[in-house]
Design a protein around this ligand. Structure first.
Ligand code: ATP
Ligand code: MG
Length: 407
């Protein structure tokens, strides 16, 4: 047992609902906490439907890591004392003084829990006794059970844990709870948010960027790398792969009507992404599309794009307004990077009057005329210029991929 006198209590909600899978989910969450705290000494212990992070020196680093780990509902740093009334009293008064300093009012409430019934006082008796004691020691404070300025929680277990208001976690499921996805990561605002939201549902990710050098600059690629780094805060261990799409752009310009260009490009992206997904073991593609946001995101346009994809395409932003997306992008720290002014290929090649309600048969005919199968296979088989240094996706299919080997 740890001898430290401070620990982080970690509460997880959804994962405790999963019945028989519960243990597996807890282990994933513990694995993710260890991953977030790589290089920082600590221990994680599981007990009473909670996790306890112990034996650390750097509180701020632990708090930051827990705040970025999906699957955590709330966490709080607790003072820990042995089951000794004198030590409990002193710790309660000290903590009340600290919490009062930043509370909105000078009222408080004690929430006591006694999970070990061998402790001589009931929860109610503990709360009353500590309440009286704190008022006597800190006369400026008074008790308000309905609308307290702060709540001081006391849990009597193997030892006694005292803590103030917990910090909210990000919720969701620990990364690894779902099968792997492949995020189509552009330099824009939307796709990083889409990746974040799928990560929040437990999906491990790899990222795929279509680079069209020299039409898109080295800075555009660097921006995508930076976005991938920021996402790694929440979804660790994602690989970034950049493919060269220059030849495909050129083929579209030569052979297709301007109004169809964006949708044909998207069809080529879906096909190239499926080839990469085979190698990374992804079961689904993820995009930042949102219904009606641009011409290529009307219902008919999305129907066409979908019909060209071998894999399910997950679009977590489909029902979100741009303001909601921007708010999330700011909150997760990707917005400032996303708005750096390096245009991606879609903006560079966009037609003035793109088709809004594409005819499916006509679009499929245009895709056949493009005859881009070999170009797509070649793009998917290599790296974009300047991207060779990125962590490459495996050259051979992943054993876990469900995609058939021929198409
Ligand atoms: P974003 O803000 O994510 O760039 P967007 O609103 O600009 O999205 P589009 O440019 O039409 O919309 O792209 C729609 C989606 O297609 C993107 O969210 C992304 O998932 C994918 N995508 C577009 N361009 C690229 C690219 N160059 N590389 C990888 N994925 C891309
Ligand atoms: Mg874009």
């Amino acid at each position: 047992m740890s001898g430290s006198n401070r620990v982080f209590l970690v509460k997880y909600g959804e994962i405790s609902l999963k019945g028989a899978n519960r243990r597996q989910f807890e282990e994933r969450l513990i694995g993710q906490i260890h991953r977030q705290l790589a290089g920082i000494p600590h221990r994680v212990r599981r007990a009473w439907g909670r996790l306890f992070v112990e034996d650390y020196a750097d509180s701020a680093a632990v708090a930051r890591a827990l705040g970025d780990t999906f699957g955590i509902v709330a966490y709080a740093e607790a003072a820990v004392v042995p089951r000794d009334a004198g030590l409990l009293d002193a710790a309660a008064v000290a903590l009340a003084g600290r919490l009062a300093a930043s509370a909105p009012s000078s009222t408080f409430k004690i929430e006591a829990r006694r999970s070990d019934k061998s402790y001589p006082q009931t929860s109610y008796q503990i709360a009353c006794r500590l309440g009286d004691l704190i008022r006597a020691a800190l006369p400026a404070l008074s008790v308000d059970l309905r609308n307290p300025g702060f709540v001081l929680s006391v849990e009597v277990r193997d030892r006694i844990y005292l803590y103030g208001p917990p910090s909210p976690g990000r919720g969701g499921l620990p990364v690894g709870a779902s099968a792997r996805g492949l995020l189509l990561l552009s330099g824009g605002i939307d796709s990083p948010v889409a990746g974040y939201l799928m990560g929040k549902r437990g999906m491990p990710l790899d990222h795929l960027y279509f680079h069209s050098w020299p039409y898109t600059s080295d800075e555009a690629l660097a921006k995508v790398e930076r976005l991938a780094e920021i996402l790694a805060r929440y979804v660790p261990d994602a690989r970034l792969c950049a493919l060269s799409f220059t030849a495909i752009h050129e083929r579209i310009r030569q052979r297709a009507r301007d109004r169809f260009a964006t949708l044909l490009l998207r069809a080529c992206m879906m096909r190239a992404a499926a080839l990469v997904a085979r190698r990374t073991g992804a079961v689904a593609l993820i995009t930042g599309e949102s219904l009606g946001q641009v011409a290529s995101q009307t219902g008919e346009a999305i129907a066409f794009t979908d019909s060209t994809s071998e894999l399910p395409v997950l679009r977590p932003l489909i029902g979100m307004d741009k303001e909601e997306i921007v708010r999330t992008a700011r909150a997760i720290g990707t917005f400032e990077t996303s708005i750096l002014p390096y245009p991606d290929c879609c903006t560079l090649f966009a037609a003035k009057h793109p088709v809004l309600r594409p005819d499916q048969a006509q679009m499929h005919a245009a895709l056949r005329e493009l005859d881009a199968g070999e170009l797509i296979a070649a793009a998917a088989g290599g790296s974009a210029p300047g991207a060779e240094r990125l962590s490459p996706v495996p050259a051979t299919p992943s054993r876990t991929t469900p995609v058939p080997a021929t198409t």
